[in-house]
Design a protein around this ligand. Structure first.
Ligand code: SAH
Length: 365
């Protein structure tokens, strides 16, 4: 490690010297959300000039189709006169701007909306204020979902859950042990394996991965954010749409990764300077929301979601009205393509709904 350590490196070093090797989730939480130096507290990481690009930034079609989903969900809820539209981690505000424009086609829906954005990044909040300056609905910001006032809600979370802290366990000859972050003899952050077994791990480890071979890695997150989501749709009847990269069934694999300037990096290098993420385990998410009485639908591929919401028709209409047909084709390939550069198969969508809402739009097949 070089002599000029950044403040986050110093903080992590200090904690490890006091308390010993650090859980991966603690390392990830510090890197992303430490109030002064965390990655998400200090910058706008999204877009061509940032570190990564997201579906709403690829094309207006993404947000517009989510807007259609929200409007159809509102109808299914019985068109309540007041509805909280909640977005978790709204990024640059692009998805909501495009969604509200498209949702305008459903009479009454936009009039019923109060928009609540859950965002911890002050720089992105400023960007959201700018992007959403002209939307015809009141907008409020909150630090957590639990701060949003109660009432019927439609919730959207695109690329939010992957940013929440993850823990890792390694299968050893003696069973599963926690993987932790320590400092090696050269002074660099490195992984180590804890000696003791993990408390209550039987409750966390799905039966499907119990017999995994030695050296397999299993990742899990705190259930609390998913429980809060499930409770929320149960409280007043409503639904959530969660879109993220991940796997439909719990599985082993190391997906903890760092991305900066559109390239992969070592997650243990340069804390606070890279985006850290891990795949979302949709099976675990479903289990948590269902424990609260909500019903999980899907997951389905992002390609399936967007096709069912009509992306091909939308693309054709846009192409008829623009000189840059090729840009629309490229966006379409990015959003629903199933190859290595496409998001169509890698990204999944899950709806979480009050059981009275039998079939959320696009999840009814
Ligand atoms: N949904 C957006 C942005 C995805 S990036 C898009 O698709 O473009 C992740 C977003 O979640 C950012 O807005 C980030 O600031 C926010 N975020 C990350 N961790 C958070 C947390 N713990 N609480 C609230 N927001 C968080």
């Amino acid at each position: 490690m070089s002599n000029d350590l950044n403040p986050l490196e110093l903080e992590i070093l200090r904690r490890i010297s006091v308390a010993g090797p650090m859980p991966v989730s603690e390392y990830m939480a510090l890197c992303l959300t430490e109030p002064e130096h965390g990655y998400y507290m200090t910058r706008d990481p999204i877009g061509a000039r940032g570190d990564f690009i997201t579906a709403p930034e690829v094309s207006q079609m993404f947000g517009e189709l989510i807007g259609i989903w929200m409007a159809a969900t509102w109808r299914l809820m019985g068109s309540p006169e007041n509805v909280r539209l909640i977005e978790l981690g709204p990024g640059r505000g692009t998805l909501m701007r495009d969604a509200l424009r498209a949702a305008n086609v459903m009479k009454g829906f936009v009039d019923a909306i109060v928009l609540h954005l859950v965002e911890i990044n002050p720089i992105l909040q400023t960007q959201q204020e700018k992007t959403l300056e002209r939307v015809p609905v009141p907008v409020y910001w909150h630090q957590t979902l639990n701060d949003v006032p109660k009432g019927p809600a439609i919730i959207v979370a695109n690329e939010f859950f992957d940013a929440l802290p993850v823990d890792q366990a390694v299968k050893t000859a003696n069973g599963w042990r926690e993987r932790r972050v320590t400092v090696d003899s050269a002074g660099n952050f490195a992984y180590t394996i804890a000696r003791d077994s993990i408390l209550h791990f039987d409750n966390v480890l799905p039966s499907a991965v119990r017999e995994a071979p030695e050296e397999s890695i299993f990742e899990w997150r705190s259930d609390i954010p998913a429980i809060d989501l499930g409770r929320r749709v149960m409280d007043d009847g409503g639904a959530a749409l969660v879109i993220d990269y991940g796997h439909a069934q719990s599985a082993v694999g190391d997906t903890f990764q760092a991305v900066g300037k559109h390239a992969y990096a070592n997650p243990l290098a340069a804390p606070g300077n890279f985006d850290l993420t891990a795949h979302v385990d949709f099976e675990a998410l479903a289990r948590a929301v269902e424990a609260m009485g909500a019903k999980a639908h899907g997951p389905i591929d992002q390609a399936t979601l967007l096709r069912r919401l009509g992306i091909e028709t939308r693309a054709a209409r846009l192409k008829a009205n623009t000189p840059s047909e090729r840009a629309i084709d490229a966006a379409l390939i990015r959003l629903i393509g199933e190859g290595p550069h496409g998001m169509g198969h890698l990204f999944k969508a899950m709806a979480v709904a009050h059981p009275n809402l039998e079939k959320p739009p696009a999840f009814d097949k």
